[in-house]
Design a protein around this ligand. Sequence first.
Ligand code: HEM
Ligand code: HEM
Length: 253
Amino acid sequence: MTTTKTKGKEGKVLRQSAINRFVHWATALSIFILILTGLGQMPLYNRYNVTKLPGAEWLGDYFITIGLHYLAAVLLIFITFYHLINAFIRKEFDIFPRRGDLKESYLIIKAMFTKGQEPPSHKYLAEQRLAYLFIGGNVLLLILTGLIKMYKNVPGVELSSSLLYWTTMLHNIGTVLLILGIVGHLAAFLIKENRALLPGMFTGYIDHDYVKHRHSLWYKDLQSQDKVQPQPDASLGLSSKNNTHIPAKSSSM
Ligand code: HEM
Ligand code: HEM
């Protein structure tokens, strides 16, 4: 894990670097456009009279929706490669799935329902790493099948009917699974315990004490890399290395 040195913020820890936030929101934007325009090509909006809504006629125009689909596809492919190359260059693999993630996810969900103790977590909870695998896997499937579909549209190119059938099938299945993945991702923030992560994707920072308690293994890493700094405890007026109220100096990834 590499470091992004930043100015510390009292009581906060830098969780999402500018690069991560850029990757996340560029991915979300391109996927939103791809879903919107992809459904337009099916063509759902004409069929269900969505195009009769004010300002929505363009959703029924095949050439506009396919043009936007291609444009957003270029952005998604660029951002996917950028993210993967960046992760390997910086050796930032915190979000990549690990062995035992399924079992650990079960224990976290069980703890949530039984109000028991969660297993200690690294930067990401096991289910976040699985969510990343699920969403990322579908994105890769959609890129691969999308490229074949694009190639098929090149004048003079002839592909076998079974390849075309499976490509279309997988592009559509990937679309449905991705939509379900996004719904699940957003639904996760309905759970109170997860909501403290939201500011991280906007400002970069989240609450120091939340990190300490919910991501205790990551917190230990940050401490050992001297990325959280001892501070006077406001309630005691003391300064101690073992103080529980330690605002962030800076953090990684
Ligand atoms: C197309 C839409 C979106 C996609 C594909 C997407 C995908 C992802 C993925 C793969 C992750 C990492 C895994 C995880 O933490 O679950 C993530 C993290 C995150 N997403 Fe999204 N996201 C989307 C939209 C949104 C929206 C609309 C919000 C805010 C309301 C949001 C807030 C967050 C936050 C706060 C995190 C970081 C959680 C952390 O710090 O651990 N996402 N997103
Ligand atoms: C989030 C990612 C994506 C989603 C949700 C998505 C969704 C869709 C949907 C629903 C359709 C219409 C049904 C069909 O013709 O099979 C479609 C068509 C298509 N998509 Fe995607 N797609 C995505 C990414 C891509 C990418 C990355 C590319 C190109 C590299 C691509 C290229 C195409 C092409 C060429 C068509 C067919 C257009 C036609 O010939 O009528 N898609 N997509």
